[in-house]
Design a protein. Sequence first.
Length: 382
Amino acid sequence: MKFSKSRNTTRWIIIFASFLIISLILWNTYTFFQIFKHEERLKMNLWANAQKTLKNAGENTDVELPLQIFSNNTSIPIILTENDTIINTVNIDEEIVKDKLRSSRFLTGLKNENDPIVIEYVPGKFQKLYYGNSALLNKLKYYPIALLLIIVLFAGLVYNFYRSTKMATQNKLWAGMAKETAHQIGTPLSSLIGWVELLKSENIDKTITVEIERDIDRLKTITDRFSKIGSKPKLENKDIVEETLQSYDYLRLRFSKQVEFSFKAPSNPIIVLMNPTLHGWTIENLVKNAIDAMKGRGKLAVSIEDDGEQVKIKVSDTGNGISKKQFKSVFEPGFTTKKRGWGLGLSLTKRIVEEYHKGTIKVLHSEIGKGTIMQVSFRKIN
């Protein structure tokens, strides 16, 4: 508990420190922007004074300094106007200058960037100097936006990394718990096998021991399933019709007679690369999910179809059905319509089908109040 609190405190300190650093960078950028903007204003005042000097220059006036000021400005765009008419331009593209409409729009843009500098070269006569920001100042202006975008992307990467790490840890935990469960079931299971052998020696009715043995085999299968979680399963070439029928028969005998079961499949074997234990788990989850949807009463049909390249297993029920917007969300962990349960059945089934068997699973069709058809597809071995 103390470790968890300490970790949360450290996390918040890091977040606060990052926010503080970002704020300082943005504040410094804004300060630099204002300083450079002020310096450019001073340069334009010098340019305006140089323009005034040249305008009023006589024969003995030294124009070397004004000309030097003019030549030093290579980045700041300038438009000089008199009576709202453009009389001179500096650092502006010739094509813009020649086009009156474009030059007028460019002047409007400069008016929005900075206040004009008024040049009174003789009493009562004025010129106005409009100027824009230099390329360097424009880059500095957009720097905070670029910085924020980088920070957002970095935060997204950190979040995804943290989320992936957390999910990986949880997966390891669940896999470890599943393997431990399989190990713990093994002890009483061995004992049950011994008791069955003892019952056989006492000449107990064989129908009783046969059913007990079938349930013990089922427990062995469940133990095998849990032991495979977190490990790469071994895939074999198996007849999917036979493997599906075995799971179907076991479930049919153990559910209420109020559920009307039916099974339809080709008479010939269909070979698929699969893990029989995990495939049985898939069929069991789909059948149980269908029976839950019907609240233990209705018609349940399992059918297998061969379309040449793929084999399709369909499990249909006459239950409540689901809305179209839930067709994908039913496979998400935690999704359930039951009052009890963790909503892991279809999520686990999807992982078995798509990750382990490289197949596909989807809600083929569903209508509210009429039922649902789930479809699992596998590639055939020719």
